[in-house]
Design a binder for this molecule. Structure first.
Ligand code: SF4
Length: 291
């Protein structure tokens, strides 16, 4: 069972949940529902939904809302997904245009059932965005494609501005919280992305509070820099339910600030660290900073 969250954190969660008001949140929800577009914000029960939706920002979840993996930290449902929807790229471009986004983050469930892991669908989504919203920058937060370089190459050929892949936690905890994933494979994906597309910006995300220690976090940061990862997010793990991995500890604001400083020292160009930071949190702002 998770320990009780500190009062200051609960206050942050309440603030993020309220955002700029229920009406603005409802506007975004109605638009997304009307276009039948799931978001990771809702599927993963992100604590920032109120804040992001009330700013008309969301992170789109393509390739369905059922995942073939089922990580112990993630609220997205495990199951047998449907075939990718052929009109999803156009619907998504329509939502981006109607929300007035200048930067869009797109992620997906893991599709180990598809021969290309969903890479072709990612490429079609980027193509639709380039066609209908050419002024919008595109950030893809991709799964590991089971280590298939051809799948990664297909996604990169579509020309995203940022390729993100979350390392999530320290390697020791992978068997408990990220079964089916492989720490080295995730690092290799980030490295290959830079080799295949040297001008591409790469990004990763790490959760704290799962039971890692400081030396392990330091190693992860160094490993990410070794594969030339340039952008980093570090946030507090919050258990989505009693059935998920419990929180081991709540990290203080000072500790987040200190990891941010350390990551910048190691050479990351952009680092967002804080209890409610998620990989897509204020992604537009961090992309602008390094552009
Ligand atoms: S932080 Fe990302 S996942 Fe969370 S609500 Fe905002 S856009 Fe969605």
């Amino acid at each position: 069972m998770s320990p009780a969250a500190p009062a200051w954190l609960m206050q942050e969660v309440r603030r993020a949940k309220r955002g700029r008001g229920a009406d603005l949140v409802a506007d975004t929800q109605a638009l997304l529902q009307g276009l039948n577009l799931p978001t990771v914000c809702e599927s993963a029960r992100c604590p920032n939904r109120g804040e992001c939706f009330s700013h008309h920002t969301a992170t789109f979840l393509i390739l369905g809302d059922m995942c073939t993996r089922g990580c112990a930290f993630c609220a997205v449902q495990r199951g047998r997904p449907l075939a990718p929807a052929a009109d999803e790229p156009q619907r998504l471009a329509q939502a981006v245009s109607r929300l007035g986004l200048r930067h869009v983050v797109i992620t997906s469930v893991t599709r180990d059932d598809l021969p290309d892991g969903g890479a072709g669908h990612y490429a079609r989504v980027v193509a639709a965005l380039r066609h209908y919203c050419p002024e919008v920058s595109v950030e893809l937060l991709v799964p590991d494609f089971a280590g298939a370089t051809a799948a990664l190459a297909r996604v990169l050929a579509a020309g995203p501005d940022i390729l993100a892949h979350n390392i999530e936690t320290v390697p020791r905890l992978y068997p408990q919280v990220r079964r089916g994933a492989d720490y080295r494979r995730s690092l290799a994906l980030l490295q290959q992305a830079k080799e295949l597309a040297p001008d591409l910006v790469t990004k990763s995300g790490l959760m704290l509070g799962l039971g890692e220690d400081a030396a392990e976090v330091e190693t992860v940061l160094q490993d990410l820099r070794r594969v030339h990862c340039e952008m980093l997010t570090i946030g507090q793990y919050l258990a989505p339910s009693l059935h998920h991995t419990p929180v081991a500890r709540y990290v203080s604001q000072d500790e987040f600030a200190s990891w941010r400083r350390r990551a910048l020292e190691l050479g990351f160009r952009s680092v967002a660290a804080g209890p409610l930071v998620r990989s897509s949190y204020q992604a537009h702002k961090f992309f602008q900073e390094i552009s």
